[in-house]
Write a protein that binds this ligand. Structure first.
Ligand code: ATP
Length: 343
């Protein structure tokens, strides 16, 4: 009997082509659309597209309402993180707790052997591997998933290039509209900027002082939540001739500390809540400290509490508390953790 796969269908081109590829590979396929947040009209629109694909392919697709779980596990921590002056990473959180947490529980409920998504990543049964299409690679956001579930995951697009996925959909009459539809936003519940989301919950416009690294007041800003570490615009510095960047955010006093690029460099990064595929304690590898940054060579020292210190071979700009540091060795994702400081 064919093995059963539950596939996460979002109504986008990636999960649509994923679903078709799974059927072509001979799996018994069932789809699920997760309701995650409350953008008005958003789910109706998406589920209409999911249902269209399911009808065309002759599979069952249901709606799973995870909006409460999403709010607690992803949305609220996102808001609280900015309130605390950090830079959150909601997608990594969602992958651990929702997509590869709650959706996997649902896969068990419907008796599926596997769970599939349209993420651009691969795996070898033990390690998550970067996608063939390195420009689309989403492994960074998967560093925190529970490693024991990796053998149950299927990522059909890991070997694909995005343009080939679109070209594939455009050749099928019933799916060709999916090839041209607008790309989804980077964070699914953020339509414009994160500040607009924060504004729904609190007052973010509250002018405050800009300090230099010695604590002198050198200018003013719009409210600390408008800024993330490394940001260079949107605040005023008296008589500045060279660009200044945000080095530190002080929520208690609504102040930001800015500096020129040279003093923003970090060579050492402190990490908590490590999630590693294997149990190495001291190793050399590459690290990414944000999604869209290049890898840097480093040495990692792990302690007994699953915290670690990263010693970078070359200094980097813009290390932000709340972001993920993700370790790689060649195409293998070794794991990663959450940034709590740097120096
Ligand atoms: N609301 C949802 N319900 C079910 N599965 C989802 C949902 N959102 C995302 N997924 C799954 O997670 C994968 C990666 O999500 P991401 O938000 O990165 O989508 P994407 O790259 O825009 O893909 P797509 O084109 O399928 O929307 C999707 O391809 C899909 O399999």
């Amino acid at each position: 009997m064919a093995k059963k796969v539950l596939v996460g269908m979002s109504g986008g081109v990636d999960s649509t082509v994923t679903t078709k590829l799974l059927l072509d590979a001979g799996y018994d396929v069932e789809g699920v659309y997760m309701k995650l947040h409350n953008k008005p009209g958003y789910h109706e629109e998406n589920f209409k597209r999911v249902q269209h694909v399911a009808n065309y392919l002759g599979i069952k697709a249901s709606i799973l309402d995870l909006s409460k779980d999403f709010e607690e596990a992803v949305y609220k921590p996102f808001i609280e993180s900015y309130r605390a002056g950090y830079t959150p990473n909601p997608c990594a959180n969602c992958n651990r707790q929702i997509k590869f947490g709650k959706m996997l529980e649902y896969a068990d409920k419907v008796g599926a052997d596997y769970l599939a998504t349209g993420h651009y990543v691969r795996h070898d049964g033990k390690y998550i591997l970067v996608a063939k299409d390195e420009n689309k690679d989403q492994s960074y956001f998967l560093f925190d998933i529970d490693k024991s579930i990796i053998p149950r995951l299927i990522f059909p697009l890991g070997e694909w290039r995005k343009e080939d996925v679109k070209a594939y959909a455009s050749k099928i009459d019933a799916l060709k509209n999916f090839a041209t539809q607008k790309e989804s936003s980077e964070i699914c519940f953020v339509e414009t900027t994160y500040v607009d989301i924060l504004k729904e919950h609190m007052n973010v416009d509250m002018p405050g002082e800009v300090l230099d690294i010695n604590g002198n007041v050198i200018g003013h800003h719009k409210g600390y939540m408008h800024y993330t570490i490394g940001k260079r615009r949107g605040f005023f510095v008296k008589g500045a001739h060279e660009p200044h960047y945000v080095k530190e955010i002080k929520p208690e006093t609504n102040q930001i500390v800015v500096t020129t690029q040279d003093t923003l460099l970090a060579k050492k990064i402190m990490i908590e809540r490590l999630n590693m595929i294997d149990e190495r304690k001291s190793f050399s590898c590459d690290v990414k400290i944000r999604y869209r940054t290049k890898r840097i060579k480093c040495r990692v020292e792990v302690d007994e509490k699953k915290n670690c210190v990263i010693y970078l071979d070359e200094p980097v700009y813009g290390v932000a508390v709340g972001q993920a540091a993700v370790f790689y060795e060649g195409e293998k994702l070794l794991g990663g953790g959450w940034i709590i400081g740097s120096e």
